[in-house]
Ligand binder design. Structure first.
Ligand SMILES: Nc1nc2c(ncn2[C@@H]2O[C@H](COP(=O)(O)OP(=O)(O)OP(=O)(O)O)[C@@H](O)[C@H]2O)c(=O)[nH]1
Ligand SMILES: [Mg+2]
Length: 281
């Protein structure tokens, strides 16, 4: 898969992350609960250095809860402060406030010793495109302060959002990195909508997703589309097309429409609660 997705603005974003790190107390690093390894940008890990960080698994409502819990244990045992939540509705947000309190405890103590009573926490929100950064900010601010959308690249520039005297949050554009480690990783990022659809071979991506779901979540596919899955992903795709009436004039299968149906329904979580990566890594 040849994805030419590293335009100049990615580099600019990396430079600006480096710059803004100096201004914040904590980094909120967002990863997608459905792909907690693939959606963790190694560039961010490198850029942020020793800055206190909270790893936030967003979209937990779309993932397999059992796997999400395993991933949390995995990251905890690797020394991370980690929480999972729904960035759109705010479900699970209490765990984030608790984590912020833990991370800020020593700094607040030092401030108090110096006679500074401010509870303000300055945080930078970072993560791959479409992971829910702006949604999380809106949820924390309890109003629509930033633009969100179900596609990558919605946020174009950095923006500070103040939440009373408690939080000063920096929304940032999603960042990818120059070279993906494996095709599976790239596919996961494609499935969750972190790579622009325009640069992807979408039919191939949908077939690969079917292949994966056939292996790992066959009942979900069967129940959602009322089909019996075939060993051949292309046949499964054709069965889905017939069930959904994605047939064009001349009785031909409309592969492009079927592709849209499958990707859209996976991304919305209506096929089921699916974890693309298992935590036994
Ligand atoms: N189900 C579910 N949807 C979410 C969650 N968080 C965000 N979304 C949806 O995911 C899409 C992307 O959200 P954004 O907040 O725009 O993501 P972003 O990380 O700011 O994206 P960029 O600015 O493009 O990098 C939107 O359609 C949100 O409604 C979540 O926890 N659960
Ligand atoms: Mg955004």
């Amino acid at each position: 898969m040849n994805i030419n997705w590293y335009p100049g603005h990615m580099k600019k974003t990396a430079d600006s992350i480096r710059e803004n790190l100096k201004k914040v107390d904590v980094v909120l690093e967002l990863i997608d609960a459905r792909a907690p390894k693939s959606s963790k940008n190694p560039m961010i890990e490198e850029l942020k250095g020793e800055k206190p960080t909270i790893l936030i698994m967003t979209k937990e409502d779309l993932a397999d809860k059992k796997e999400t819990n395993k991933w949390k244990s995995y990251y905890k045992s690797n020394g991370y402060e980690v929480v999972s939540l729904n960035a759109s509705t705010g479900e699970g947000i209490k765990s984030l406030f608790n984590a912020i309190d833990r991370v800020m405890a020593s700094k607040r103590e030092k401030n108090r010793e110096r006679g500074i009573e401010s509870e303000l926490v300055k945080a930078m929100i970072v993560g791959v495109p479409n992971v829910g950064k702006s949604s999380l900010i809106n949820t924390l601010a309890e109003k629509k302060s930033t633009k969100t959308g179900n596609r990558p690249g919605v946020t174009k520039t950095n923006q500070w959002i103040r939440v009373e005297n408690k939080l000063n949050l920096l929304d940032t554009p999603g960042v990818l990195w120059p070279k993906f480690e494996s095709e599976d990783l790239a596919l996961n990022l494609a499935y969750i909508g972190s790579i622009k659809d325009e640069v992807l071979p979408l039919e191939t991506i949908a077939l690969k997703l079917i292949e994966k779901l056939q292996k790992e979540y066959p009942e979900m596919l069967e129940n959602r589309y009322k089909i019996e899955i075939s060993y051949n992903p292309l046949e499964t795709m054709e069965d889905i097309a017939k069930k959904r009436g994605a047939i064009s004039r001349g009785n031909e299968i409309d592969y492009s429409r079927t592709t849209d149906i499958i990707l859209d329904e996976f991304r919305k979580g209506v096929i089921g609660n699916i974890s693309l990566e298992k935590a036994d890594v």
